[in-house]
Design a protein around this ligand. Sequence first.
Ligand code: ABU
Length: 366
Amino acid sequence: MAKIVNSWNDWDPLKRVIVGRCDNSMIPPEEPATSEKVPVDSEMRGMWGLRPLRTVERGNECLENLVKAVEERGVVVDRPTPLQWNQAIGTPDFRNDSMMTCMPPRDILLTVGNEIMASANSFRCRYFEYLAYWPLMKQYFDEDPEFLWTQAPRPRLTDASYKHNYYDEKITLEERLVRTANKDFVTTEVEPMWDAADLMRMGKDIFIQHGLTTNRTAMEWFQRYYPEYRIHAMNFPGDPYPIHIDATFVPLRPGLIINNPHRHPAEGQRDIFEANDWQIVDAAQPAHDEPPALCYSSVWLSMNCLVLDPSTVIVEASEVNQQEQMDQLGMNVIPVDLRDAYPFGGGLHCSTADVYREGECLDYFP
Ligand code: ABU
């Protein structure tokens, strides 16, 4: 039996990866934690229902572009099994009128070494999204005797998990930034809640963004679950909608990180990198002024790249500034047309989840 699951960071040579699917995707109905993440001027505000079929087909075409690009470089690609996401769901603690999608996998699956853990998301509409990946988890479990198939503690997501009246349509950008600076987010601390895309794995160290989707209790849970790792909280005070670290602070190889120029780490949080001679460079400006239609994410998906190995990176095809910068940083750049998949939850890194990267658990911050 072969070793199928192994990944300790986002830059070791990629050999096997999960790529999401857009099928049956929904714009979910409003619920306690979602309004906070939709910019006030977004066309998405107040919308919900099935995503238009032509956008689903186009999103899937983009994901196929990514599949082709990585397969041509010898990477094995696995795909989730979409559910009928328009079904209403319920638990003893809540009801929701629909689910969302199986994009992006990066929010749901966290790979640490030989373990893949399904997350504890704060959106009710994402509560059952992990089911799309369960056929793959079973396959890895059957084929890899060392694979650890894990589900994080399921949050209850009762009303106690959220600050009610946290969001007010009249809130200004400045007020949002004050909240970010004060680490005042919509989730409470009654239970661990986290999106896997808020975690950045770097061998013995795991950096976790504290924001609208991941709370401090999650960090405490991780530190107890992984006592042999160092868990670090990260805050980015310049971000009025702080979710997911992978359009903010993105490692390309040991010693090099690109950082969103509007979202620098909070006081003291660069120290560990600087003390170990890591270079943190501001990412290039996005090529677009606006995200594509029906997209929740920011234009900074420009830096949401997929590193194939320490000298090769996939960058979205229209993001010419980011491509140029990567080239100047010594990376071989592979452009892939993926922009029309952004509305389904993210860019190249978001659209994937690591299964196997060659390499071992190293201490980059001794
Ligand atoms: N899923 C990453 C989104 C981050 C951003 O909108 O900037």
